[in-house]
Design a protein around this ligand. Sequence first.
Ligand code: ATP
Length: 242
Amino acid sequence: MENSIIKVVNLSHRYSVQWAIKDINLDIKKNGIYGLLGANGAGKSTIMNIMCGVLKQTGGDVYIRGISMLNDPINAKRFLGFLPQKPPVLSELTVEEYLNYAANLRLMDSNDIDDAVTEVMEKVGIGHFRRRLIGNLSGGYQQRVGIAQAIIHKPALVVLDEPTNGLDPNQILEVRNLIREIAEERTVVLSTHILQEVQALCDHIWMINHGDVVFSGSIVDFDNYIIPESLLVTMIGAPSID
Ligand code: ATP
């Protein structure tokens, strides 16, 4: 357990009577980009929301660097950053104001916040927009701001729920490159329903269907895996961008 960055053990969740995920097990021990691939409704967001402590599971647990999300969420969350699928709408704040707010939420030392905000804006390429209202940025730049808040405290693990969803092809390429850069320093777990996205980005893939893991393996294993046709039709293969 201690050498895992994140370990998910028998994770299950039920919304009222319906099980969304059942007995999910994942274990990440080294840096890389890890993908949860699945159609709409497969259970990806449910897994990620529980991983990041924003949804309480029905059963099982998540350990971040060996710390239980169930028993010690405050400490477990220190090691992770999260870009939810539907981030809070803070379009009336400037980029700089929002990142200051995010740093405060992370309980960062107030003496470090100005430097951390400047550094992360440079890192994700939004320094020139620091005084721009978030609501006036393009979708791609808004996504960069979302990624910036997820990495401002330099977490070991970054969880990105459908980070390229709704972006145009150029923005998709740019956000993918940014994800690759981030993964040079930390572990990234992302979700997508786009087959080509995991092929372009991920070292390891878990394919989720109706709340179960139906495939787990490296990108090389995945290339040799014959996806059942019933699942294939639910996945979107983006055209030739990588
Ligand atoms: P998407 O790509 O559309 O976001 P997903 O793979 O992230 O899909 P989830 O959002 O985790 O899937 O949903 C898994 C299942 O749980 C679906 O059947 C969904 O309808 C159901 N579900 C999700 N959130 C709720 C909720 N708040 N209340 C009831 N059911 C929910």
